[in-house]
Write a protein that binds this ligand. Sequence first.
Ligand SMILES: *Cc1c(COP(=O)(O)O)cnc(C)c1O
Length: 324
Amino acid sequence: MKDILSLPRLPLGVYPTPFYKLENISAKYGKNIWIKRDDLCGVALGGNKVRKLEFLLADAKAQGCDTVFTTGGAQSNHAMLTAACAARLGMQCILPLKKRGVTEHKGNLILDDIYGAQVKFIDTDKYDDIYAEMDRMSAELAKEGRKAYHIPVGGSTPLGALGYVNCVREFTAQAQDAGIQIGHIVSATGSGGTTAGLLLGAKLYQPGVKVTGMGVDDDPFEEIVPTLAAGAAELLDTPFERTPDDFQMVYHLGQGYAIPNAEDTPYIEELARMEGILLDPVYTGKAWTGMLKLLQEGYFDGQDNIVFVHTGGAAALFAMNLPR
Ligand SMILES: *Cc1c(COP(=O)(O)O)cnc(C)c1O
């Protein structure tokens, strides 16, 4: 197996991010709940995409690319963080985004502008249409001698997923320092790369520890996540073998992707008021609420030290209201 630290990676975030026990929440719910603060990774308002971009943009640089394309919804955190990281690397960022959700100049769209990205809305529901548009735009740029790197939605490729293998490596050391045994790892699943990295990372650094992905859209992640994890394992020259219940998908979708859920609002407010931490209504608010509901149903019985990976997303709080 290759050491993940030996693979090409650009130091874009400020790591390690904090890892600590949520004292007030743990007392209230009668279970030790820990948080990995990847919302505090030092780029923009933070978020999980930066760890993926450390690997993806290293690949872009190695290929001599001067332009980066990626996509997402209008309020994509991934697109915004790609804009931020590309700017710092002196690369132009072009964002053909789905013309869906909040397309007014709010939230992440303000940040995309600050970071100098070129945003273009595409009126489609299918990413394949957007990828076709990226190909067309890249071909135009190639005529001027430019070279573009294409990152698919969410940066969820095997290479991107390595970012979350690296995250498990990081919090494994933090858990050792804290003197705890991790019982379960939970995170939001939006395009699958983060959960895939956590699953492979758990196998490598936390053997036997289960991973639950909390689905915030309705793609078939039961298949997508292990496939991405297997691809990431190949990059590390290590086998990927499933075991019964190493990984579970639970969906806490409400009315659909990027539609805030009234049920989540009290949970978002509770974490803010008890621990000072902000969740967003699209990803982390749903994942957090879903996790606490599972806890109350006994899903984590017999396990202690549940780790919630905070994947960022705060800009959405400035683009949409929390429903009641
Ligand atoms: C993208 C995103 C996720 C989901 O991560 P995936 O790797 O796409 O599954 C979770 N939380 C936030 C805030 C995100 O921006």
